[in-house]
Design a binder for this molecule. Sequence first.
Ligand code: B12
Ligand code: SF4
Ligand code: SF4
Length: 234
Amino acid sequence: MEAFQTFERAMLDGAGLNRHAVFDLDALPAAVAASVRASCPDIERYRQLILIGHGGRRMWQALQESGIDSDDPIDDFTLATVRAWFSQCLPQQRFEILYPGPAAIGLQTLGSLAGWHHPTPLRIGIDHQWGTWFAYRALVLADTSFEASQPEAGGAACDSCAGKVCIAHCPAGALAGGQFDFGTCAAYRKQADSLCQSTCLARVACPVGSQHRYCDAQIAHSYARSLQAIKRFY
Ligand code: B12
Ligand code: SF4
Ligand code: SF4
């Protein structure tokens, strides 16, 4: 049983896909295992589930350097990187990418198992290192035999946050009482004069991990996409 070592990490880290957690399929909690099984009829072919995330700014920078031209650059860059990673670093291993893809698997639940996700008033996960400036980029089934990851330690950053400045910085009051009200946030974001068309003022105000805050272009890209989704579906 090998650990997920420097050799395997380097290529993903270089692409900014710098958070990795390996789960043994037969050790997953029943509800998570069921959602994974529902997304893959051939699950017996695999032993492990590999969760890959990005933290901070490197992924966006690497994506720009790659010159990728796509309507969905983050997912397409991730898919290309993960496929190249298997082909170069793990050429003998069978794998199947569940996410990005249509599978309905709660990524924050997996993030909790990995010790990455702790709740915030914003509903975006937080940890002490990256703050809220990380996301889940890929979920891969593989017949690998890596050592399963231990949950990252660190605890819930919001528990020790005295100021809770995110709440006061939301111009819509969508975090009033420390509870995120998606309807209030979405209605405000859709307004023509909204200050949150391409950002979240509450998230930007959070002091935890602020050195890893995405550059303005990445924030604008991701929030413009979520606003499009909100306008289309909510
Ligand atoms: C649907 C969805 C949305 C919907 C939310 C609608 C709603 N009312 O739920 C929309 C499209 C609006 C959305 C927006 C965003 N999302 Co979103 N979203 C998802 C998605 C695909 C599924 C969530 C879900 O339904 N889970 C299933 C249910 C059963 O899970 P659950 O345990 O009941 O719910 C948990 C989470 O879903 C979460 N949650 C519940 N409601 C909401 C609402 C929002 C806005 C968020 C962020 C989380 C959240 O809290 C629960 C406790 O852990 C996940 C990816 C995934 N596959 O998990 C990303 C995800 C939650 N989103 C994420 C992000 C970053 C965002 C945005 C900030 C992106 C952006 N930069 O604009 C915005 C927030 C914008 C805003 N404030 O308006 C990240 C969070 C990363 C993190 N560090 O935790 C995820 C995990 C995607 C990823 N690839 O990393 N999102
Ligand atoms: S400002 Fe405080 S309460 Fe709000 S998300 Fe950041 S750490 Fe959590
Ligand atoms: S996007 Fe704007 S309205 Fe929504 S929670 Fe963030 S600050 Fe509040």
